[in-house]
Design a binder for this molecule. Structure first.
Ligand code: NAD
Length: 358
């Protein structure tokens, strides 16, 4: 087991912001990237938090991530928008794409957004939350263009990305329903976190480079690479394929068959459907049925070891409330990689440490 440090969210964000800015981003972009990554940590998804900074900095330095890029509109048909993320920071591109989509959904009742070629969009729930703030239901299919890391159902090697799927449903006067998950059994970043902490992975999650079951997270982190298995057997693998075809192909991007050019970027393409329940004329029905059904479903007697039945989105909100008080844990390996990323762009370790310690 490695050591764990704990940081206050605002101080950690200040350290990340300094590193991202030193890599060439203007201050607004650096602040947006830092806030998004720290928010992922606050919500308990360390796989998509500040631990991504070293990969982002490498991507900037290798030319796979364009700093200060903005979304470009490739085709505009009113309720249909085809956007190009131009390999810009997903934290900026995702925000701009959803803002454009939300304004169209408000005007037309619905907007279909095809967003291709964004750099890593991070925690996809962030984009559903943005739609929820506009009172919109949203559905997101995402593919990941990086080295394939997930085996298709029945396959012995990796052919898919961790292709996340996400749905957000606003709840008048209450917290939204927020379903947001990777279609692999666990998110790839979680194996990186486990590897850095020296922990084994649950049996039934990974195969090694010969297609044999393993619990060693190294097979998704260092050569020789094996594969993560999809969640839900053939059903999860099917959804991962759909994410590839809708998120990758229909959105205007590429699918994972594209041969990697060896650059350490992570590109996402996302196919999103944004719906305004008011314009559909079903907002009142949705609100009433949602409250009634959530009360009904969560009243199910909990199984042993389960405190109470929760809705999607609740665990993340609980973790955020806790981490805002207790701080964000970062393992020492991840932390040294972040400090190392700072050094690559000329931010001294002492400055990163000082900022992060507040
Ligand atoms: P996960 O396995 O933790 O599942 C999260 C989902 O399940 C959430 O909606 C959560 O609220 C719900 N959930 C968890 N426990 C629950 C419970 N007890 N009761 C009810 N609901 C519960 O998530 P994951 O698959 O590890 O994905 C983590 C993050 O990684 C996501 O935010 C995803 O968007 C992100 N991701 C991004 C990329 C990318 O390329 N950008 C790729 C893969 C994953």
């Amino acid at each position: 087991m490695t050591e764990t440090f704990t940081f206050r969210a605002d101080a950690l964000a200040a350290a990340v912001r300094a590193i991202v800015a030193a890599a060439g981003s203007h201050d607004g972009e650096a602040a947006q990237v830092a806030a998004n990554l720290v928010e992922a940590n606050l919500r308990g998804h360390d796989s998509h938090g500040v631990g991504m900074v070293p990969r982002y900095i490498d991507a900037v330095l290798e030319g796979g991530l364009a700093v200060n890029a903005h979304v470009a509109v490739r085709q505009d048909s009113g309720a249909l928008l085809t956007l190009d993320g131009r390999q810009g920071y997903g934290q900026v591109i995702g925000q701009e794409a959803m803002e454009l989509g939300a304004s169209r959904a408000k005007a037309h009742g619905v907007c279909v957004v095809g967003l291709a070629h964004s750099h890593h969009l991070g925690r996809i729930g962030q984009w559903a939350e943005q739609c929820v703030e506009h009172g919109l239901v949203s559905i997101h299919f995402v593919n990941v263009l990086s080295r394939p890391i997930v085996a298709p159902f029945g396959g012995r090697d990796a052919r898919l990305g961790t292709n996340p799927f996400c749905v957000g449903i606003p709840r008048p006067g209450g917290e939204p329903i927020l379903l947001d998950f990777a279609t692999s059994k666990i998110a790839q970043g979680k194996t990186r976190v486990a590897y850095n902490k020296g922990l084994a992975i649950e049996p039934g999650t990974l195969i090694d480079d010969h297609g044999e079951p393993t619990t060693n997270p190294r097979y998704t982190v260092v050569e020789p690479i094996g594969a993560l298995l999809p969640f839900g057997e053939h059903k999860g693998a099917g959804l991962a394929l759909i994410c590839e075809l809708l998120g990758g192909a229909l959105a205007g991007g590429a699918t994972g068959r594209a041969v990697s050019d060896g650059r350490r970027r992570v590109l996402n393409s996302m196919f999103s459907i944004l719906v305004d329940p008011d314009r559909l004329g079903t907002a009142a029905n949705l609100a009433e049925e949602l409250e009634g059904f959530v009360a009904y479903a969560t009243a199910s007697p909990p199984q042993p070891g389960v405190g109470r039945v929760r809705t999607p989105g609740e665990p993340e909100r609980e973790t955020k409330a806790r981490r805002l008080v207790d701080g964000i844990p970062v393992d020492s390996v991840t932390w040294s990689e972040i400090v190392g990323a700072g050094a690559k762009v000329g931010v001294a370790a002492a400055r990163v440490e000082a900022l992060a310690r507040g």
